[in-house]
Design a protein around this ligand. Sequence first.
Ligand code: UDP
Ligand code: MG
Length: 310
Amino acid sequence: MKLSLVVPCYNEVENVAAFQQAVMDAFAGCGYAYEIVFVDDGSRDGTLGELKRLYAQQACPVSVVSFSRNFGKESGLYAGLEHAKGEYISLIDADLQQRPELVRQMVEILDNQPEFDMVAAYQDKRGDGKVLTFFKEGFYRLINRMSSVKLRADASDFRTFRRCVAESILRMPEYHRFSKGIFAWVGYPTCFIPYVACPRAAGTTKWSFRKLFRYAIDGIIGFSTAPLRLATYMGLLSAAAALVYLIVVLLQKLIWGIAVPGYATIIVLILFLGGMQLFCLGLIGEYVGKIFEQSKHRPVYLAREVLLHD
Ligand code: UDP
Ligand code: MG
């Protein structure tokens, strides 16, 4: 098997058959064997039935992993990698926003350029609104500053890589999976090619602003410990400020004999320091939470059914 297409699907009943057809069209006459590994991420709209139909039909080799509930796209990718048999593995969405024709080009690049182990598509033009773009840019600036892994702002999960990369990714069994960080962390020489995301074929996006925000926090917490140092810096800073203020107050008292009525100052300081302390506690809490989750060693996903083609 030359190529495995790993496709996470969550409520994509209208898309999966069209997706398979698009793949078959794109790879017609390619001269190598490929398979599609669909991962049904606990869909509630009959996606699984549709996938089973495609599996039984075997118009092209199809495997189906179905989860016991919704575990998220990242877990879906992990399960897909585990069951992919190809020498090259491609991650692609089921909604046809990412064209299978491009996968064929990615395969050609890997074939002809042994110096690359991974080909990643980056979005040439993003269709996001202004607010979202602002937040996304801010996020990448922040994480690239704080973390030793460097993320490309416009790179997507849409990529094709050799088996060695897949095996490296599978060796990262972390529970909170932030795939952009994982790709950057495993490294390997990567060739970036542009693509323009098409509009969704059917259905709606599964990402709300809230989910994206949570995902961004997971990314930062998962790939940087810099926020933990924030408390140290702020502590040092406020201690220094307190020292300066102490000297000022002492001088005032000794030289001019003024006893400062400091009600407002005290309230402001209490609020400020209290706020900072709670903020830092919350930050530490984020990390403790992650340690707690990870220390339970729960699996990244649970499969209810696995159908593998032969
Ligand atoms: N997806 C998934 N589990 C989820 C959410 C999404 O497997 O909990 C899949 C979804 O079916 C699609 C891909 O991940 O194939 C990308 O999702 P979506 O199109 O909603 O994201 P967008 O393209 O808007 O970033
Ligand atoms: Mg999409």
